[in-house]
Design a protein around this ligand. Structure first.
Ligand SMILES: [Zn+2]
Length: 235
């Protein structure tokens, strides 16, 4: 497939600096915990990891050690608690962190920050159109397949996806397919489905937030509490 963006709009460069962030990578299958499904794809500053490692090392007894590395039972889509950075996040956790290499691209004078650049191949035959990193460090990729589906079936354009991602207010695990997560932007009345960091689809449900609540796995909804005028964008 032809590139979605004209080359003249895309100036990309790799960051020269060393690793400053790590990315959480979970094994996504039937056994994956809600915690790890929610954490999958989150980018965490090395400093948070180091602070937590220091706290664990400095702990003088087992209780303090446990406190410094608390096991989680609920999904975390919003702000990361200070005692959560390094896996394991729970008993028998298979999640790891890997070095994260951000890249910077410029499209229409706007910086795009992610590990994937527009035009890069994604999962075989897909192509990255936009890589969005939110203020909690989640990277979500809009591919040509996302746009193809969203444009044909739901009349959405790239700017609709970006506006929706910037105003996501609620996140949850999807109930019908627990490998997936769902999000809702009240501002745009947009319901999102994500899988492994990819925006699978988005559309405006007739009954808005109630639709999102029905699609969410019971007990996994997290409110991201965006204040008016505040954006979900990292930069
Ligand atoms: Zn886990």
């Amino acid at each position: 497939m032809k590139s979605t963006l004209p080359a003249s709009l895309l100036k990309a460069k790799k960051m020269k600096a060393g690793v400053e962030e790590v990315k959480v990578v979970a094994v996504i299958d039937k056994k994956t915990s809600a915690v790890c499904r929610s954490m999958h794809g989150r980018i965490i500053p090395i400093k948070s990891v180091k602070d937590q490692a220091d706290a664990i090392t400095a702990a003088t007894d087992i209780e303090e050690k446990k406190k410094a590395s608390r096991w989680q039972s609920k999904p975390i889509f919003g702000k990361l608690p200070s005692d959560v950075a390094l896996p394991p996040y729970h008993f028998r956790c298979r999640t790891i962190v890997v070095a994260y290499f951000p890249q910077i691209a410029e499209i229409d004078g706007k910086n795009v920050n992610g590990s994937l650049l527009p035009g890069e191949k994604y999962k075989g035959n897909k192509e990255v159109v936009f890589s969005h990193v939110d203020r909690f460090g989640y990277e979500r990729v809009v591919t040509d397949k996302t746009l193809e589906h969203g444009g044909t079936d739901h009349g959405l354009k790239l700017k609709d996806y970006i506006a929706g991602l910037n105003s996501l207010e609620s996140m949850a695990i999807q109930s019908r397919d627990e490998r997936r997560t769902v999000g809702y932007s009240r501002d745009r009345n947009l319901f999102f489905v994500f899988e492994d960091g990819e925006v699978i689809t988005a559309y405006s449900p007739d009954d808005g937030e109630n639709y999102f609540k029905r699609e969410a796995l019971k007990g996994t909804i997290e409110s991201l509490s965006i204040k008016k005028g505040e954006s979900n964008e990292k930069m």
